[in-house]
Design a protein around this ligand. Structure first.
Ligand code: KIV
Ligand code: ZN
Length: 516
């Protein structure tokens, strides 16, 4: 593929995706997702915003040290301390990119930055030059480009390309643009900026009006050659353009697009499930490409048509996006080798024999309760073990529930809080309610339970239940997850996971907060 035929896929699930309220990820979770993205042959992985917190710095560093085949990128405001932080975090990467940005729209410059246009331009150029101390792979974004004055955008972009920026990313930060307008903006920038041929033009669209993918694709038609996107469209507010939709749009409509990606699309469903599983953000059933109904035909007429000729009602093949993958089933009698091999195929390598042994022990425990173990069960099992590692301060010791027709459900919970055992017994409307009441008697958290949802990971009554809770306190939102073949236990694990995250938070800066 020549440069002009290649559409570069820049995944920002680990950075913009993580900015969704409640979607924060641990370092190990980020590494797991990054490995899945690398297997899918994503070109660039934006791993985080290192200056935000020590945890973010370490996560970007860990991703940079692990990933070999994709470029790893870190985000920095146009500030020396941010850029130096990214340079340091990416020091060991095989291939690194620094992404720096500053807002260029009148409203952001005047109200948020309190800077004049000339000051913004000067700072943008300074930031790009500073990034050049660390790498020559530099991306610059004029934040809120979708509401910026085109003449000023042209001035800034020309100057940052002269200063060394090799990718120019045009963000529709607030999801305000519509496809035709956005496509023409890209065309005009490419035509008007004298040195535009010295950089790749990229787009980064938010989904506030549900147009993120449409805007991104319109930009591609008009010459953009990088799209920034996230798995399942995760991201700030209504999210970003969904990677799976952008990639399959371009691949399916070869008659419209003159470029293609180098993605292995058969990894899409695995990545989608992994991100959903780790963040606790379920995928809606009718979501394009990765929703459970995306290739399901309910009406008799459609089913009949598809049986006669698939293309009567299907424009893509389910297996091309990974729906009918070879799901080797493991069971009670599977050995450590089969277990390790399957996980390696799913992109998980154990860093030590100890980690493998402990995951294998959990697998055996699950296999005792459930006859067939599918890929989804293995993913949940791994999330479960990383979830447990986080639960350092509140740990589940035991749960006993009592439910009988005509009687009030009762739960007895024993927890270990900072190493000290506590016990409480409570009644509730159902066993889950009673269990949560018992926890509340021991831990005065002040959280508000905003969402409680149960999904079965696979089918059948012996399937594992995957529970997600969303907790809110003083405007802060966290998600907790738990899975188990016993859904009451899964519910309790999810609540404890959420409480641990809420009560022992990490202080982080937000990338788009002004600090100039
Ligand atoms: O939406 C946005 O403008 C961003 C930038 C940091 C690229 O996320
Ligand atoms: Zn964004």
């Amino acid at each position: 593929m020549s440069n002009s035929d290649q559409l570069i896929i820049f995944d920002t699930t680990l950075r913009d995706g993580e900015q969704s309220p409640g979607a924060s990820m641990t370092r190990d979770e980020k590494v797991r997702i990054a490995k899945a993205l690398e297997r899918m042959r994503v070109d660039i992985i934006e791993a985080g915003f290192p200056i935000a917190s020590k945890g973010d710095f370490e996560a970007v560093q860990a991703v940079a040290r692990t990933i070999k085949d994709s470029t790893v990128c870190g985000l920095a405001r146009a500030l020396d301390k941010d850029i130096d932080g990214v340079g340091e975090a990416l020091k060991d990467a095989n291939s690194a990119r620094i992404h720096t940005f500053i807002a260029t729209s009148p409203i952001h410059m005047e109200k948020k930055l309190r800077m004049s246009a000339d000051q913004v331009l000067e700072q943008a150029v300074h930031a790009v030059k500073r990034a050049g101390k660390y790498t020559d792979n530099i991306e610059f974004s004029p934040e809120d480009a979708g509401r910026s004055e085109p003449d000023f955008l042209c001035r800034v972009i020309e100057a940052v390309i002269d200063a060394g920026a090799t990718t120019i990313n045009i963000p529709d930060t607030v999801g305000y643009n519509v496809p035709e307008q956005f496509g023409l903006l890209i065309r005009d920038l490419l035509e008007r900026i004298p040195n535009s041929d010295k950089a790749v033009f990229s787009v980064h669209c938010h989904n506030d009006l549900g147009l993120a993918v449409a805007n991104s694709l319109a930009a591609v038609v008009h010459g953009a050659r990088q799209v920034e996107c996230t798995i399942n469209g995760l991201g700030e507010r209504a999210g970003n353009a969904a990677l799976e939709e952008v990639v399959m749009g371009v691949r399916t409509r070869r008659d419209v697009f003159t470029c293609d990606t180098r993605l292995d699309t058969s990894q899409i469903v695995t990545c989608s499930r992994l991100v959903s599983n780790i963040t606790g953000f379920p995928v809606q059933p009718n979501k394009a490409i990765v929703g459970i109904n995306a290739f399901a035909h309910e009406s008799g007429i459609h089913q009949d048509g598809v049986l006669k000729n698939r293309e009567t009602y299907e424009i893509m093949r389910a297996q091309d996006v990974g729906w009918i993958a070879n799901r080797m089933v493991l069971g009670k009698h599977s050995g450590r080798n089969a277990f390790r091999t399957r996980l390696e195929e799913l992109g998980v390598d154990f860093s030590s024999e100890e980690d493998l042994n402990s995951a294998f022990a959990s697998f055996k425990e699950l296999a005792d309760k459930k006859h067939e173990i599918f890929d989804e069960d293995l993913q949940a099992l791994l999330t479960e073990s990383s979830v447990e590692a986080e639960n350092d301060r509140i740990k589940l010791v035991s749960l006993k529930v009592c439910s009988e027709t005509g009687e009030t459900p009762e739960a007895t919970v024993i927890l270990s809080v900072d190493g000290e055992e506590k016990q409480a017994c409570a009644n509730g409307g159902g066993v889950v309610d009673a269990t949560y009441q018992a926890v509340n008697e021991m831990i005065d958290s002040g959280v508000d339970l905003q969402l409680y949802s149960v999904n079965n990971i696979t089918s059948g009554t012996d399937s594992q239940g995957e529970v997600t809770v969303r907790l809110e306190r003083a405007g802060r939102i966290v998600n907790g997850q738990g899975s188990d073949t016993d859904i009451v236990l899964a519910s309790l694990k999810a609540y404890i996971n959420g409480l641990n995250k809420m009560l022992y938070p990490v202080d982080r800066e937000h990338p788009q907060a002004a600090d100039v």
